[in-house]
Design a protein around this ligand. Sequence first.
Ligand code: CIZ
Ligand code: SF4
Length: 320
Amino acid sequence: DAQKATYRDQIKALLKEKNAVLVAHYYTDPEIQALAEETDGCVADSLEMARFGRDADAQTLIVAGVRFMGETAKILSPEKTVLMPTLEATCSLDLGCPADKFSEFCDQHPDHIVVVYANTSAAVKARADWVVTSSIALEIVEHLDSQGKKILWGPDRHLGAYIEKQTGAQMLMWQGACVVHDEFKARALKALKAQHPEAAILVHPESPANVVEMADAVGSTSQLIQAAQSLPNQYLIVATDRGIFYKMQQAAPGKTFVEAPTGGNGATCRSCAHCPWMAMNGLEAIHESLTDNTGHEVFVDEATRLKALIPLDRMLDFAA
Ligand code: CIZ
Ligand code: SF4
């Protein structure tokens, strides 16, 4: 509508004026992803967002995603101003893994290498030896396991279990979960597949093991977008945040994308295939962050930043 068009035009002008660039996650709403594309920003997974922000010439990064993504951007680019549409956008994995408790867990197992998922606070990263995203977790754990290292993993238990199964590594695990992916239901998925036997099932490994087991492709967001394109199936059932449909439709135009079911028998779920925190990244909030920094700027204290940078750089070097 007219209000949105006005916001879009003003945001475009403000991005130029402030030498700012929009860095958006695949789970944000389609209009946000489209705006990032139209303004030479990026739409990506958390690994690519981190790299793009670090390498961008812009002085200011507008990170449309959740808090840990803004923090990662600041850790990698302390000289840049990092703004978020809202600092309230958190993540259930981050919330469920407080740094003091996680640090105690690590202290109890000093002979273990600490590997944490990117979906954690700067303070948790600062306690870790390695940071991984879902697009590179398997390779890094395989690498560490082949060196005979004992591994402590946190915080997502489903991703952890998937990594164990794929690599044969045994890990001590923190018991966190994503409110979106944890809701996908295997029984209802079986029923949907029975109605569409020609369908392929695409699953993000933050989903429960019995859902992952049914997948034709398991992977990070970027890997699932690739699978949507390369699989021959026209009908795709997708177990991840529905924000990803925007990019999947671009990658595989003409195919049909359907959300994997969340809750059988009409049961309700807390976050039906869309992250409530990703959804906070609206046009109005982006506009506000560009007009007045107050309450939008991400800060990470320097001691924490320097510690968190070590495992983050390790991941980025490994990925390079
Ligand atoms: O679930 C998330 O928040 C994901 C998939 C983040 C990422 O790695 O892009
Ligand atoms: Fe966190 Fe899940 Fe939202 Fe991703 S989708 S930001 S893992 S709550």
